[in-house]
Ligand binder design. Structure first.
Ligand code: HSE
Length: 286
């Protein structure tokens, strides 16, 4: 009895929706899990280097938390993982590992835990619901978390909505990208973000791609993170001149995300602009 799950990468925040909005991407990790006599790991792919292959492994630990919650014991596991999601680039690689482990372990025991319970467990591990929500439910997720329970709505993205990402070839840890944030923001900036985040969520739900460029602006995290990602400010300011509906830092970065209207067919020029701008700031990206 072996279980295999495919989990999408994700982009968090989408500009104004800090720790709130997430979207699944067509970039994946796979986890296979079965009960075994002895715990073993098979990790495939360039992104798996340096990941522990003993019981301190995150996937093993998360699986055990599912078994404990469900009141069953499967102490030894054979775990295989393959991932195309680059690590520490703002594409939700840790969220995808957590969600994959939760879903695979839960399937192994006949889906005894609800997906809402899995979402709460995943959010408790990540401390924000945006990446894990998108990885678990797919599509676009608007979520809130009270420290124990996460509520969410899943929005099916418009079929005209396309995504481009430029992935710099340096790593940036989420903790480093959170350390530069202020502890308090002004009421003006809070209102600036709440209004745009609300408008962006409603625009996604209504398929109003024309509202995205006005809605995808942020004052509470990206301005502070700009110093960590050379070229980012220029990309956020100018991406719309090159065919983007809007641009944002993907999660905590350093990946940059641009949304496009697939009907407009300007992806090529935009891609060149993203890579060239990063290059001009000394950053190689793909
Ligand atoms: N919302 C999180 C952040 C996502 O921006 O820090 C990164 O894990």
């Amino acid at each position: 009895n072996s279980v295999r799950v495919r989990i999408p990468a994700s982009t968090a925040n989408l500009g104004p929706g800090f720790d709130t909005l997430g979207m699944a991407l067509s970039l994946y990790a796979w986890i296979e899990m079965k009960a075994a006599d002895q715990t073993t790991f098979h990790l495939y792919g360039d992104e798996m280097k340096g990941i522990p292959v003993d019981k301190s492994n995150l996937i093993y630990q998360v699986a055990q938390s599912v078994f404990k919650e469900a009141g069953v014991a499967i102490p030894e596991l054979e775990i295989s993982m393959y991932s195309d999601i680059p690590l520490t680039r703002g594409l939700g690689s840790s969220a995808s590992a957590i969600v994959g482990a939760l879903v695979a372990a839960n399937e192994l025991i006949g889906a005894r835990l609800t997906s809402s319970k899995l979402f709460d467990m995943a959010t408790a591990l990540e401390k924000h619901p945006d990446n894990v929500g998108a990885s678990l439910f797919g599509g676009i997720i608007a979520a809130s978390w009270d420290g124990e329970h996460a509520d969410y709505i899943r929005i099916e993205p418009s079929s005209d909505l396309g995504v481009l990402v430029a992935i710099p070839d340096f790593q940036l840890s989420t903790s480093k990208a959170r350390d530069v944030l202020p502890e308090q923001v002004s009421l003006t900036d809070a209102v600036y973000n709440i209004s745009r985040s609300s408008l962006l969520t409603a625009a996604f739900a209504a398929g109003r791609l024309d509202l995205i460029s006005a809605a995808m602006r942020d004052r509470i995290h990206q301005p502070y993170r700009a110093s960590l990602i050379p070229g980012m400010s220029r990309i956020l300011n100018e991406a719309s001149d090159h065919g983007a509906l809007g641009a944002a830092l993907s999660g905590a970065g350093p990946t940059l995300l641009a949304l496009i209207d697939k009907r407009a067919g300007m992806g090529q020029e935009l891609e060149e602009f993203l890579l060239r701008t990063l290059n001009e700031h000394g950053i190689t990206a793909k």
